[in-house]
Design a protein around this ligand. Structure first.
Ligand SMILES: Cc1ncc(COP(=O)(O)O)c(C=O)c1O
Length: 401
């Protein structure tokens, strides 16, 4: 048998790894309630009509060829307009690079920043590709604590402790996956100060920046004076177009500290030629068109968020911090299970409900699970009665034992 690169064979993506046993169950004729994936399209959310139309028209009018490696200039201009309007950030076309989702943006950044054994500070818990991508490219993801007792805000003291001579960047995800936290302005300021003190750039994942139900999203790009920011965003969440695979990096670099890094990122972009051309026209239309769809969707999501929170808080043995953005909750459970993975897999086996185990998001996620609140109320109701039944059954069994 041919050997594989251990960096590849060790890759884990918890949100998709748990789907394997669920698919097996479905192949055996069972019906599973899938709450593992942050994909709104699975529950009827769709990109706005004007964006779908622009995507289709691009195909029909023959715009099916390669595009420029950094992205179509008109899309990059649209991104500049968006960021100026929302965050009062001033960007040039050359500061924007269109990518195949935020996933590719992250790969480009991590690979460019890597110098043998470099460390990237990432949140713990974190969206799993931050861990896997950093490791894949030879780096070391160093988790800093998100504090559950403080609404899952980053613990700045812990962040400081994790900085070493090998640290190359600090990554933040705000609004956050998996916790749903939306960070306070003071936290963002403190992170900028810390990054400035150590001369580090901030990787700022803002893919949920329009999905805030409570409070206000603050981007480090609006507050920075000299600290460089690589801001990540895309079509997947705010525009409900996960399958279009559209993302971007916007560089805010007041003192040109990132010139070489940006050159590296652009070299990687040329190596993969370009992103999907017609999808870029769809994304452009989504960015510049009406946001009426978002108002409707946010209303639905907010009522699902409130219902899910209420139901989870009614279940004995669960503790959950109210999410303020995105579409996830990250409850803590108590019970007889040896690991959170065992909890999730046993729930799947017995009740046919699929969550993601908390430790799949990092050490600090242990003893938790992540659920989405995307489905309609009837599915959420069914899910949480099954969960309640499951927890009662096992907690009671332990008391009797
Ligand atoms: C924080 C975060 N970043 C990035 C992504 C993936 O983004 P994309 O679909 O643009 O690759 C996700 C998807 O769930 C996410 O939650």
């Amino acid at each position: 048998m041919l050997e594989t690169n251990p960096r590849v064979s060790n890759i884990e993506q918890a949100t998709r790894d748990v789907a394997v046993p669920a698919m097996k169950l479905e192949a055996e004729g069972e019906h599973v309630i899938w709450l593992n994936s942050g994909d709104p399209s699975k529950y009827g959310f769709q990109p706005p009509e004007h964006a779908k139309k622009a995507f289709k028209e691009a195909i029909d009018s023959g715009l099916n060829g390669y595009g420029p490696s950094p992205g179509l200039p008109e899309l990059r201009e649209a991104i500049i307009t968006r960021e100026k309007k929302l965050k009062k950030v001033k960007l040039d076309t050359s500061d924007v690079l269109v990518t195949t989702g935020v996933s590719e943006a992250l790969q480009f950044i991590v690979l460019t920043l890597d110098k043998h054994g470099s460390e990237i500070l990432i949140p713990d818990p974190s969206y799993p590709p931050y861990i896997a991508t950093t490791r894949l490219f030879g780096g070391n993801p160093k988790g800093y604590k998100l504090d559950e007792n403080n609404n899952w805000e980053p613990d700045i003291d812990d962040m400081r402790k994790k900085i070493s001579l090998k640290t190359r960047a600090i990554a933040i995800i705000n609004p956050n996956n998996p916790t749903g936290a939306v960070y306070k302005k003071k936290t963002i300021k403190d992170i900028i100060d810390l990054a400035g003190e150590y001369g580090l750039p901030i990787i700022s994942d803002e893919i949920y920046d329009l999905l805030v139900y409570d409070g206000k999203h603050v981007s480090p790009a609006t507050l920075t004076k000299d600290v460089p920011i690589l801001m990540l965003n895309g079509a997947s969440k705010n525009y409900f177009a996960t399958g279009w695979r559209m993302g971007y990096i916007a560089k805010i670099d007041p003192e040109n500290a990132l010139d070489e890094v940006w050159d590296g990122i652009n070299r990687l972009a040329r190596l993969r030629l370009c992103t999907n051309t017609p999808a870029q026209f769809g994304f452009l239309a989504a960015i510049l068109g009406s946001y009426a769809y978002l108002g409707r969707y946010k209303k639905m999501l907010n009522s699902r968020r409130k219902f899910t929170l209420k139901r989870l808080r009614e279940i004995p043995g669960l503790d959950v911090v109210a999410p303020r953005g995105a579409f996830y909750l990250f409850p803590k459970y108590r019970g007889p299970w040896r690991s959170d993975k065992e909890f999730v897999l046993q729930l799947l086996k017995e009740e046919k409900v699929l969550f993601v185990h908390g430790s799949g998001f990092g050490k600090n996620g242990k003893g938790h699970f992540r659920t989405v609140f995307l489905p309609p109320r009837s599915i959420l109701e069914e899910t949480f009665s099954r969960l309640e039944r499951f927890i009662e059954r096992h907690a009671l069994a332990k008391v009797r034992a």
